[in-house]
Write a protein that binds this ligand. Sequence first.
Ligand code: ADP
Length: 255
Amino acid sequence: GDVRAPSLEIREISKHFRGVKALNEISFTVAPGAIHGVVGPNGSGKTTLFNVISGLYKATAGQVLVDGQIVSGATSYQLSHLGIARTFQNLRLFGDMTVRENILVALDRTRIRWIWRYALWQPGVWKRDRDLRARADALLTRFGLTDYADTTPGSLPYGIQRRIEIARAMASEPRILLLDEPAAGLNGEEVRQLSEIVRSIRDRGVTVVVIEHNMGFVMTLCARVTVLASGRIIADGTPAEVVATPAVIEAYLGD
Ligand code: ADP
């Protein structure tokens, strides 16, 4: 936690798909080290926004800035090296691998390129294998997953699977973490544990943006919340401010 967390600025981002204007000149700023919520009815553009920030989609217009530097236009591979990581709404764990192997794969991404460059016979590769395993086990410990290390994820409770997904995103040591509906399908106790995990990530110098439908989770966790409806921002402020905004009440009643 000694590294200062970065700011994230969304500057006049638009994303149009042929006829569909999924995002229209969206602007907001996430303060360094904040946990920032993005909420809104289905189809309001939340996932599209994450896809733009993480480089899966190229914005039709506008910029994304990290610590004042424009990062939009980079590929998702480059963005992951710039320190942006994300989770997906639908879990993307490998069902036929153990929990440890799922983490190792995420740690291993850079190594695959490395092997191609320097051939397999270099002795350093084997030391690197041990280092990777130690790093995987450190992540498993940090996220309370040690007991499940040798189990396949499919047999585990949903809350644990979500936690594996977050541990995997943290394998790249990101400075900005995007969480897409992390509380979906979790029970009350699992949501409470998730809040603690997200806070602990933030406390170690990571700026967190979270898309979530669970309003209770957003209200207790997020310092600020941006509310989208039909690809536009209808409110932006503290949780107390946004829930008192008439447009927000209307958007949710109409959902
Ligand atoms: P949310 O995450 O808030 O539910 P989305 O970002 O998934 O909303 O979708 C916003 C709008 O953009 C919707 O009208 C959706 O149909 C459209 N959209 C999202 N992705 C695509 C795509 N790849 N091609 C065409 N339309 C898309």
